[in-house]
Design a protein around this ligand. Sequence first.
Ligand code: PLZ
Length: 453
Amino acid sequence: MTTATTTPTTAADVPQVARKITTAIPGPRALEIQKDYDRYVTAGVGQHEPIFADSASGATITDVDGNRFIDLAAGIAVASVGNTAPEVTTAIQDQATKLLHTCFATTPYAGYVEVCKKLAELTPGSFPKKSILLNSGAEAVENAVKIARRYSGKSAVIVMENAFHGRTNLTMSMTTKASPYKAGFGGFAPDIYRVPFSYPLRDAFGADGAAAARAAIDKIRLLVDPGDVAAIIAEPVQGEGGFIVPATGFLEGLLTWAHENGIVYISDEIQSGFCRTGEWFASTHFAIVPDMITTAKAIGGGMPLSAVTGRAEIMDSVQRGGIGGTYSGNPVSCAAALAAIGIMEREDLPARAAHVGALADELLAPLAASSRVAEVRGLGAMIGIEFVKPGSLEPDGDIVRRILARAPQEGLIILSCGIYGNVIRLLPPLTISNEELTEAVRTLSAIAFEEMA
Ligand code: PLZ
């Protein structure tokens, strides 16, 4: 870590081309809506930005006051094929005029079957695979655990420190961070055991993933008899936890041990999946073939859809009617997913994600050299910038909050993450142009340098 010698332009000096900020932020119309928001929307939801979206296209979002922002969040890794992608919206419109809903278990339809076929083809592993479709990521994780328990006849679930798996009772219990996700919401689900994830920047093992895996396995053995464990679940790249890329050998070690002990290995690819990391699924970077994969977010192209995909014998171990839901795998969501997957295939979005990641890395080099940045890391277009107190590893969440507060003023939509809230994450639509990405990252860097000065 060295102090940057070059001082970039201020944010105001970066020409607004893709961005266009013409009012104060929030603008007059946003302030009006905010009054009703404050009166009628529960404060429990939280509000990241003081603007209200009106429309979005590609990598830009336009607010109700006509201000245009570059989108580096993609609705939390959802709009990978671009916001309001025309092929997706056309598919939605066509499907909506034909068939809105039946409940798949009542009266099936082809779109659901086609999405399951795509999932079998695209996910890692050459063995026969089957899927169930659901609505949210949390629902997918819940069902993956139910299926692993049914298949194995065992109940314990191993989760990773810093993991995020959702907000329902089971998935909240599997999630690490207490505030805001768990505070006041107990009792929590039993039979969940938490072990350290590989965090090369901060743990004792650094790049030695095999050693980190041995330590995690020792911890599992301490906490629970392996003969009682139904499943190990891990995000291949931790998302909400801080865009943490585990050292090579960590996930491999866990998976090997799981299989030696008759334990189902589940990859939660809800945030990392569907091209985001430069591969169709991030598991591929680690040469692991999970028994089950949970997906959501980008699969639906903006519509709510999630899935559990797994080895056919595991997925078929469930009694008929044992899993499902009224809206699960809605026809419109399936049509949107097939259109989104079509774009991913045609435009080779895994390759595009790798390119976006490489360009962002290059543009972030001056920031990465700052003594306040411990690390710029990630895979493909899943990029985290971890901020620390100068020259130390002490997390600095305060600087991240200040940078994020400035971002909308300068025409950027950006999110943070990290167990300490000290990581800025970049998750642009994978279809973002080089020009839009350059404008956005230059602006972000300029804001960061101004706030760090
Ligand atoms: N698993 C790996 O990233 C959702 C959370 C947004 P749902 N991450 C964004 C929020 O503030 O709640 C996520 C994830 C991983 C599961 C989930 C849960 O997915 O669709 O939000 O339920």
